[in-house]
Ligand binder design. Structure first.
Ligand code: 5GP
Length: 174
């Protein structure tokens, strides 16, 4: 697929960032190349067009780049999941494990009622810690998580095994 190749070419790999042994895949490269950005948007649109969801949820912070793009196609609202302390009003929380230590996600729960059908988006799935915390958080407010969507999946970390709902990725790396 041409569009996948264009997208792939725009994502640079940075060895040993942010620490030795880690290869960082920089999704922002796509936003500096309009052809690649359009290719990515087309791939996303082709994939989501027939999804039946009520709400798009994006993960702090690179998920915010994709959420609104998808919202406008589906005509559905966007809601962020943010790291602790950033969202005003009534929030629900979910702790999750990072490579070193712990973090907490928060979600403003007022927009979600029982059975709200949600699509969760982020740029990349690594260990799956963030995405599985997001799924738990949404389940805790009785949402129906229809799908998790990421641009990149790092397959050797087996993050997919932590996700109890359908997960779609466009590019896979070891
Ligand atoms: P996980 O929780 O699956 O281990 O890590 C995924 C989260 O960390 C995502 O929110 C993603 O933005 C960030 N992340 C981890 N590794 C990378 C990477 O190589 N590139 C980018 N762009 N984000 C990463």
């Amino acid at each position: 697929n041409d569009k996948l190749q264009i997208l792939k070419n725009a994502i640079k790999a940075y060895p040993n960032f942010p620490e030795p042994g880690v290869t960082f895949r920089d999704i922002f490269g796509v936003f500096q190349n309009i052809t690649a950005l359009r290719a990515m948007k087309d791939l996303i649109v082709e994939h989501i067009l027939f999804l039946e969801v009520d709400l798009i949820v994006g993960l702090d912070s690179r998920g915010f780049l994709f959420g609104p793009m998808i919202c406008m196609e589906l005509g559905k609202p966007f809601l962020p999941i943010r790291k602790k302390g950033k969202l005003p009003g009534k929030v629900v929380q979910q702790k999750y494990v990072l490579e070193y230590g712990e973090a907490t996600f928060e979600l403003q729960s007022d927009l979600i009622t029982n059975g709200t059908r949600v699509l969760i988006v982020d740029d990349l799935l690594a260990t799956g810690g963030s995405m599985s915390a997001a799924v738990q958080l949404l389940k805790s407010v009785a949402a129906d998580v229809v799908e998790c969507l990421v641009i990149i999946e790092l397959t050797s970390l087996k993050g997919r095994d932590k996700i109890e709902v359908p997960l779609h990725s466009f590019l896979k790396y070891d």
